[in-house]
Design a protein around this ligand. Structure first.
Ligand SMILES: Nc1ncnc2c1ncn2[C@@H]1O[C@H](COP(=O)(O)OP(=O)(O)OP(=O)(O)O)[C@@H](O)[C@H]1O
Ligand SMILES: Nc1ncnc2c1ncn2[C@@H]1O[C@H](COP(=O)(O)OP(=O)(O)OP(=O)(O)O)[C@@H](O)[C@H]1O
Ligand SMILES: [Mg+2]
Ligand SMILES: [Mg+2]
Lengths: 464, 464
């Protein structure tokens, strides 16, 4: 007998938590830490202040032969969460503040909840959230997730006086994991996060009580991104329908100018002439066929301006260099930032770096660092588009070889990073992204080639 | 100003449809066809009858420079969908009949809806579903998906007399795509589906009117899988709580025997003694701590029987051989089915095959066929665990090399295939799965080695 059922979004991600990155006890600890740290970085940057993030993983007890119970606590100086939203922000899957066209680390409305959910299903303990916007009150919630109904279960709620005007968020919960196996990746994550966020202060106290401090090396923060409008080249019928539904504008030029990215009066009029749409048409009166035709025309019209980068916040060549030099102390480093490009209407910028010698270890393959929206990507390297580009390049023509002490860094920032997986493990092989990475790497590879050639000359001179 | 919002599951997969496999116009046509064909195969097999599936992709009009509008129609002789469930089955994301512990192709409750959603956002046309269980009525629905609310919008509903006692389902909708680029993969998909489902009749009519017929070569179908209970080694607190919530049993032995896989009276008593839990304890009276302790004990107890394969339906070595021989006509073929194994409490079986010569092309790399629950996997080969195992093997000791005309086939069947992505593109690198694939491949590689050695001898003899 075939029976049908519906499941909630939290039930879906509970059943398929490996798809969200919570694959096994060691990976789960890594995933929980990275999701919370990324939330904290976003929270501080939204206030345009240098992040101060304190992470403590403390040992709570044995669980099985290879796993232990830990308590994870992440504290930040960010913008905080308004009390009325705390239960949903941490207890309802597909709820958040990052469903906007703006570069942020968060994007799915899922990460923090997955960490809390994983802790809950391995320890049956509630999560404790404390938050304040720096005003007179601190709000404390103890909550669990009703996984079948996808809603928070509030076990306790307290309002405390904020005597020291503290601002930020503290998230604390227990989870079962294998820290020993996760440790190298977790330390790597902190090191690489510090590398591309050199304005952030990160502190990590591990279960043995060891203190890892990553102190900021600069007060300069990249210019923060602004929220933007969808680009005409990225439209589909659903998007058009939603815009038509909410628009207060009763004619086509105003509809285009106010709902699309970089469409001015002139461009709007040119477009309406090109697509033979009457400017006085009320968008709400467009028929089904006219909406589909509008979509095709928006993609066909060649004179829309390419996206500008105001919704993006790249590191910049200076900051990128600082991070590489601090981490690898190389003999040579070259960095390059590409111009903004788009894929499927989403703007993105590729930044690359290449470094030689110094503290870079000599191994059988290049040391590759991958970043997306200033998040280090530490798993599934072989599947990532950057690694495919690197492997497809003819490095010999640049006098470089994988067994040299060479490190390669690729950073993509976008309003929508083309992650292949919900666990944000690697970047999909999109042709536009692949092309930009290839062009960026060839540029810095050329600079490396000059350095290696000069070095070769100097060595030859020295031998005579 | 930070604003918070919640989004529905359909909105999530609309925004992230590339994560569900609908990445670009050519991939989308492939994904739509495969999702519907897999639904039809499941539907016929649930009735234990050989599937008859008819797929037609017809040209409807131009869309852009590289894409066209197509109408996709998939018709099958399966079990049909009960009329009261048709709207949700095709119009509500995370709704379906496959949220069970049984081997099926479907698992997420998402695939058919994603295809319809993609068609809707590119053409603004409704989907038409017709279905009957072979009784007196055929039910026809015209529907679209309310993506923001995740519910079907029924535009039309008809009840027709089923004069010819037809049984099955017809799904028809329009979508924009790039068939020219998708064609090789789509034809590959049909060929490989026929290879591992040799009891199925598949017909495909492409936009040019060309007919591709894949006629079944056998009436024998593998023994159908039975639904099973969760295995003790796969428990977490949420699962235990749900079982405790629904259980009618008031003591621990009956709770264990009736809710877990292959736990009999003796094993239950042994386990309760081992874990020092009183048999008379009412499961509904277990405290939080006791539930967590029960979970740890269930994982620690070494005497639970391994899963049996009644919930699985492997091809079997005979059928696997038939499929390989029919497709590749090789000079040599070896197949091997591994015993059932588990990962995270989920039973799985690995079946492998290796073939040499015949119509296998000579190329720079092995020809690799990957299958999961009798679904061909055609993308992201490099990321798949089977390809990693193949690349890590020392083929020279088996006298084999990638530039020989060798084809390798790996099939995993499980109650929960460890897909890495929602788009079911490749299998995650799980240690238990990797181990089984490695053992299976070494077994058939040895047989290939014997064949190649004998052939070498024969050639040498002939030369004298
Ligand atoms: N430390 C924090 N400070 C301020 N706000 C936070 C913090 N952690 C979470 N939030 C809020 O809770 C929301 C949900 O977080 P969650 O990690 O679940 O999703 P997300 O960050 O929006 O997306 P993603 O799933 O990609 O991480 C965020 O959008 C943010 O508004
Ligand atoms: N051709 C069909 N015949 C019978 N039932 C069908 C058919 N197509 C879909 N269904 C029903 O609709 C449900 C939803 O299908 P859908 O493809 O969306 O999800 P699924 O097959 O359950 O999982 P997945 O997302 O992994 O494909 C199925 O579970 C099945 O019950
Ligand atoms: Mg987050
Ligand atoms: Mg399906």
């Amino acid at each position: 007998q075939v029976t049908f059922e519906e499941i909630s979004a939290s039930d879906f991600f509970y059943r398929n938590r490996d798809i969200a990155g919570f694959t096994n006890p060691s990976r789960a600890i890594f995933a929980a830490i990275r999701e919370l740290v990324e939330n904290s970085l976003d929270a501080a940057e939204s206030l345009k202040i240098p992040p101060d993030i304190y992470v403590r993983l403390s040992f709570e007890g044995e669980a099985s032969k290879e796993t232990q119970i830990y308590k994870l606590r992440v504290e930040d100086n960010g913008i905080g969460v308004p009390p009325r939203h705390i239960p949903s922000a941490f207890g309802q899957v597909l709820f958040g503040s990052k469903y906007k066209l703006k570069q942020q680390r968060g994007t799915f409305g899922l990460g923090g909840k997955m960490a809390i959910l994983y802790g809950q299903i391995t320890t049956h303990q509630p999560a404790c959230i404390m938050s304040s916007n720096g005003m007179s009150r601190i709000y404390m919630y103890k909550l669990m997730i009703d996984i079948q109904k996808n809603r928070p279960l509030i076990l306790d709620r307290k309002v405390l006086l904020n005597k020291e005007q503290w601002r930020g968020t503290i998230v604390e919960f227990c989870l079962e994991g294998d820290y020993l196996r996760a440790m190298p990746k977790i330390l790597d994550y902190f090191k690489q996060t510090a590398m591309v966020n050199p304005y952030a202060n990160l502190t990590f106290v591990d279960p043995k009580g060891r203190l890892y401090k990553f102190t900021s090396v600069t007060k300069d923060m990249p210019k923060p991104p602004k929220e933007t409008l969808p680009h005409p080249y990225g439209v589909d019928v659903e998007l058009l329908q939603r815009l038509i539904h909410i628009t207060p504008y009763k004619n086509m030029p105003e509809f285009l100018i106010n709902h699309f990215h970089r469409v001015g009066e002139k461009t709007a009029q040119k477009f309406l002439t090109f697509s033979n749409i009457s400017p006085s048409k009320n968008p709400k009166k467009l028929s089904h066929e006219e909406i589909v035709r509008l979509m095709h025309m928006l993609k066909k019209f060649k004179e829309f301006l390419p996206p500008d980068a105001s919704c993006l916040s790249p590191l910049g060549e200076e900051l990128l260099k600082v991070g590489i030099v601090k981490e690898l102390k190389p003999e040579f480093v070259a960095v390059h930032q590409r111009r903004p490009a788009t894929y499927a209407g989403h703007p993105f910028i590729i930044e690359v770096g290449i470094a030689y010698g110094g503290e870079i270890p000599k191994r059988s393959a290049f040391l590759i660092y991958r970043f997306a929206n200033r998040i280090p990507l530490l798993y599934d390297e072989a599947s990532d588009v950057s690694v495919r580009v690197i492997n497809d390049m003819n490095w010999r023509r640049y006098k470089a070889a994988p067994d040299m002490p060479i490190a390669i860094l690729v950073h993509i920032c976008s309003t929508k990073v083309p992650y292949k997986t919900v666990g944000k493990e690697f970047i999909a092989d999109r042709p536009e992204v692949r092309k930009e990475i290839g062009n960026g790497l060839r540029e810095v590879a050329r600079q490396l080639q000059h350095f290696l050639t000069r070095r070769e000359h100097v060595d030859r001179e020295r031998k005579r």
